[in-house]
Design a protein around this ligand. Structure first.
Ligand SMILES: [Zn+2]
Length: 260
């Protein structure tokens, strides 16, 4: 599913639409509108307006509209962004290679002939206006050591579960969490509140480094650990057989030798 690295790629692609006037909004699937939003409301907010900027908080993509409103795009399990017929990323694990027109959920057409389209086969994403950002924790790519310490402090939940909780840290998904904890040498099952200050500091730096690396490599599935998420998978660092279990409700792989 799209995690922070994918949505960051979508954000960069979406910047191509900044400053272009919206001609019309097509909603083949009104079910994709969330939070009481209607096709008429979305059309009124966008038609004749321009995007001033695209930002990202965790896995939420935000388009600032020149009238002061804010478009929110969520990509669920299978959503991708297409601008002017071009997709942000190729070869995504969760996106079928073929393109069925029925998967197009919203099309924002610009008067210059181009478009910004959300394609989502499983339609678990959605469109909102002025989404409530108060429900999201600090963005993982920019979180500070103090913010991460606050997100973990006092918690007896498994460390990985806390990282996946979008209200604590926004943007970390299953693959990114496993890659980060593997690289930081931390056991995903440890109580989140048990980390020493030096471990929180190390974890914070590792979150930033792994995200920057995965963005550069082109997706959350391009980590060093991901290729070993299989029976007989071995730790790329020390060769130990990896352990698989369910942590925080998600399938989790880690190294029993160097992750403590
Ligand atoms: Zn190892």
């Amino acid at each position: 599913m799209p995690e922070l690295p994918e949505v960051e790629a979508y954000r960069r692609l979406a910047e191509r639409s900044v400053g272009r006037v919206v001609g019309r909004v097509e909603l083949p699937d009104p079910w994709f509108l969330k939070g009481g939003l209607t096709p008429a409301m979305l059309g009124a907010a966008l038609t004749g307006h321009r995007f001033a900027a695209f930002r990202r908080v965790g896995k939420l993509l935000l388009g600032d509209i020149d009238g002061g409103r804010r478009l929110g795009l969520r990509f669920g399990m299978t959503g991708t962004l297409v601008v002017d017929g071009r997709a942000a990323l190729d070869g995504l694990l969760y996106a079928p290679a073929r393109h069925d027109p029925a998967w197009e959920r919203v099309r924002i057409a610009f008067v210059d002939g181009g478009s910004l389209v959300v394609r989502d086969p499983r339609r678990l994403g959605g469109v909102t206006l002025d989404p409530d950002l108060g429900r999201l924790g600090p963005d993982a790519a920019a979180i500070t050591g103090d913010e991460l310490a606050a997100a973990l402090a006092g918690s007896t939940a498994p460390l990985k579960a806390r990282l996946l909780d979008q209200s604590r840290v926004a943007g970390v998904g299953n693959l990114v969490a496993d890659e980060v904890l593997w690289k930081a040498g931390l056991d995903p099952r440890r109580p989140a509140g048990s980390l020493a200050p030096t471990e929180v500091h190390l974890l914070c730096g590792t979150v930033h480094a792994v995200i920057a690396d995965l963005v550069a490599r082109g997706g959350s599935h391009r980590g060093d650990l991901t290729g070993e998420r299989r029976r007989d998978g071995r730790c790329p660092q020390d060769g130990a057989p990896l352990t698989r279990s369910t942590v925080g409700g998600r399938t989790t792989w880690w190294c029993p030798v160097h992750q403590h």
